[in-house]
Design a protein. Structure first.
Length: 217
């Protein structure tokens, strides 16, 4: 029964994540929205969609490839990756967008693709982890998972340098204002990155604590 739930949830999450990215990119309108994959939201949903699709395809307990895909450390890290998408968006970005965009933001917030990638996919991924995942998470994974946000930070900063201060494409140089080095200045940028890193560490310990509780009950 548990295996059937994992199969259904993997397929559902894969479809929702990939469809959400497709819509976010504007491909349903016959065009491509420049800068789509500069956003952590879209990249994390894309990775989640592909990962869940692979889980569905290779969902044979005892399969060596499935065992690697479904390893405790891997699932823990990827669950944190997509859950951060929801937390940062809802608690950090939404208040900022509301202040700057007012009524226009309410229309964008309520669209299917926005709710899908920021709320539905992260929630389903966390639920799947709680129900199906191996909870024997190695302690090292609490710090190893930080490679994901750090890789994104490096990517975003390199992209900004490549685009230059006035990108001809018209896309935003920095995907998020809190990592905008031009706007924030070096000191505030370091504070922002330090606070984000501290938050990621706390979140990692929180989910590790949940896995520990599951192991002892």
């Amino acid at each position: 029964m548990l295996h059937i739930f994992e199969l259904i949830s993997s397929l559902a999450i894969a479809v929702l994540a990939l469809v959400g990215v497709f819509l976010q990119a504007g491909l349903h309108q016959g065009r491509y929205r420049l800068g789509t994959f500069s956003y952590y939201t879209n990249l994390s949903n894309l990775i989640t969609g592909v990962y869940q699709l692979l889980l569905f395809i290779f969902a044979l307990p005892g399969s060596a490839f499935y065992d690697r895909l479904a390893g405790a450390g891997v699932r823990y890290s990827l669950t944190l990756m997509i859950w951060v998408t929801h937390l940062i968006y809802h608690f950090l970005l939404v208040p900022d967008y509301k202040k700057k965009q007012g009524e226009d933001f309410k229309k964008e917030w309520s669209t299917f693709h926005n709710l899908d990638v920021h709320y539905v996919v992260p929630l389903l991924a966390l639920l799947q982890w709680l129900v199906c995942a191996d909870k024997n998470v190695p302690f090292a994974a609490v710090f190893a998972w930080l490679l994901i946000p750090l890789a994104y930070l490096i990517f975003a900063m390199l992209r900004a340098q490549i685009l230059g201060p006035n990108p001809k494409s018209g896309v935003y140089r920095y995907p998020y204002s809190f990592m905008d080095l031009d706007e924030q200045g070096l000191k505030q940028w370091c504070v922002n990155v330090g606070m984000a890193l501290a938050f990621y560490i706390v979140l990692g310990f929180a989910l590790y604590g949940v896995s520990w509780i599951f192991r002892i009950i």
